[in-house]
Ligand binder design. Structure first.
Ligand SMILES: NC(=O)c1ccc[n+]([C@@H]2O[C@H](COP(=O)([O-])OP(=O)(O)OC[C@H]3O[C@@H](n4cnc5c(N)ncnc54)[C@H](O)[C@@H]3O)[C@@H](O)[C@H]2O)c1
Length: 425
């Protein structure tokens, strides 16, 4: 499958498909009834952000485990009360292995947010899309080649009235959107090479008393390659997504190495990868990643080297271009010099360092606008393209040989869950 075929699905990176009418005929300020599938860390924080920053209102919850559902219920009942909204109806609280189907069958919701572990995304996406509801699906869209191809088929079934977004919020971060606009306009001239890294701490072990090995595995999915896709596909995907977006294409081939040099606990995910991705025009992305430890050290970003200059695109720190079209991101809301905390003036003084501060907010607003305005999105093919790019690096690392895009599509690995979810009925 080449880029043209991706584009033919009508869902290329950043491209929005405009539709004349909305599916549900929303009035400008009416609430979008929001059902959260997967009441964990990310799901809860994104759903809360939707509630506070957009017209979406959490009215339904679903999770495999009753204790997670109950935590979600308490959280959103308190949040809804603080926003003057009703508590979650007990009829709209679902748990067990069929919770996602019950949520999708409900007539009381308009939007399903899929925030379950990556292995389940495509299965949950299929059911959510078939229900005709709008969908916000966390990355990655698929952890293996079979799921990726299945997701592309599902993407073609999305109705013109449905809006489906993938959780790549970094593209919505104002500083990153601003530098992207300049790079796309040619500020760097011909790009020669890219260097990027993603160095993060590991998550802490979740070990509730009395759980079975299967439940332990599900709750610690982040360390399990079948459930997560490994660190390249699950976490580092944000950086690869930014690179694909900024270069306007996906990698054609990769070589890689890496391993599990530090981690000794449960799981088979690697704790480091070094990947050389080759993009069109022989542009190489040299990517390195580590994920272990608990000292909180987090460092991620990209550098683009072009004939006319260099772009620095970090998660934290100044976003800037040096060279003939020198430019530095300035937060338009920054206080005047000496006017207080200095928040927002990170480019000048380093005081405010989080370039992703408004990424979730802006991503969610754009998505809800697409629902209420009827200008539907379909980001599945773009999401799959990025997931496949990460799978390319993973396959190159695991097989210790150069892997081409075509090789990945023809021979990429597939993973089995290896446990029965029915035991959690
Ligand atoms: N976009 C981002 O920046 C970002 C950040 C963090 C996580 N994520 C993604 O969000 C998703 C969730 O991550 P998290 O950190 O919240 O994990 P988590 O473990 O905290 O939450 C996952 C929840 O899903 C539930 N669950 C597991 N299997 C299920 C199933 N089959 N059906 C229904 N519920 C099920 C779990 O009980 C849990 O409550 C992952 O896909 C992750 O990659 C995205």
């Amino acid at each position: 499958m080449d880029r043209r075929q991706f584009l033919q699905t009508g869902a290329a990176s950043g491209m929005l498909l405009l539709k004349p009418l909305t599916a549900f005929g929303y009035a400008a300020n009416s609430a979008v009834r929001h059902g959260l599938l997967g009441c964990g860390n990310r799901g809860t924080s994104v759903a809360e952000s939707f509630s506070k920053k957009t017209s979406a209102q959490v009215v339904a919850l679903a999770d495999l485990f009753p204790d997670k559902l109950e935590l979600g219920r308490k959280h959103f009942d308190e949040l809804n009360a603080s926003l003057g909204r009703p508590a979650i109806d007990s009829k709209l609280q679902f748990h067990g292995p069929h919770a996602f189907e019950q949520l999708a069958a409900s007539k009381e919701i308009d939007l399903i947010q899929i925030s379950t572990p990556p292995f389940f995304h495509v299965e949950h996406l299929e059911t959510a899309v078939a229900s005709g509801k709008h969908v916000y699906c966390e990355k990655p869209v698929g952890i293996d080649i079979r799921q990726a191809k299945h997701a592309l088929e599902i993407g073609k079934r999305i109705q013109s009235s449905q809006s489906v977004d993938v959780g790549f919020q970094c593209r919505s971060a104002p500083p990153l959107a601003a530098v992207a606009e300049r790079i796309h306009a040619g500020a760097l001239g011909k790009i020669a090479a890219v260097a990027a890294n993603y160095n993060a701490p590991a998550s802490t072990e979740k070990k509730p008393v009395g759980t079975s090995p299967d439940e332990y595995r599900l709750r610690n999915w982040l360390w399990d390659r079948a459930l997560s896709g490994d660190i390249l596909v699950e976490q580092n995907i944000h950086i690869i997504d930014l690179c694909n977006w900024l270069l306007g294409d996906h990698p054609l081939k990769a070589t890689a190495t890496g391993g599990r040099n530090i981690l000794t606990h449960f799981g088979d995910c690697w704790d480091n990868y070094q990947v050389d991705f080759t993009y069109p025009n022989d542009v190489h992305l040299s990517f390195s990643s580590t994920q272990f430890g608990d000292d909180g050290t987090f460092d991620a970003g990209l550098k683009f080297y072009g004939a006319n200059g260099m772009a620095t695109v970090p998660y934290s720190g100044p976003v800037q271009i040096t060279g003939t079209q020198a430019w530095t991101w300035q937060d338009p809301d920054a206080p005047a010099p000496g006017a207080g905390s200095g928040m927002g003036r990170f480019a000048a003084n380093g005081a405010f360092s989080d370039n992703l501060a408004f990424a979730d907010r802006d991503k969610e607003r754009t998505f809800v606008d697409s629902i209420t305005s009827g200008s539907s999105h379909n980001q599945i093919a773009a999401g799959v393209e990025t997931a496949l790019s990460c799978m390319l690096g993973r396959m190159a690392g695991l097989t210790r040989r150069e892997v081409s895009w075509e090789d990945l599509l023809a021979n990429g690995e597939t993973y089995q869950l290896g446990l029965r979810l029915e035991q959690f009925s």
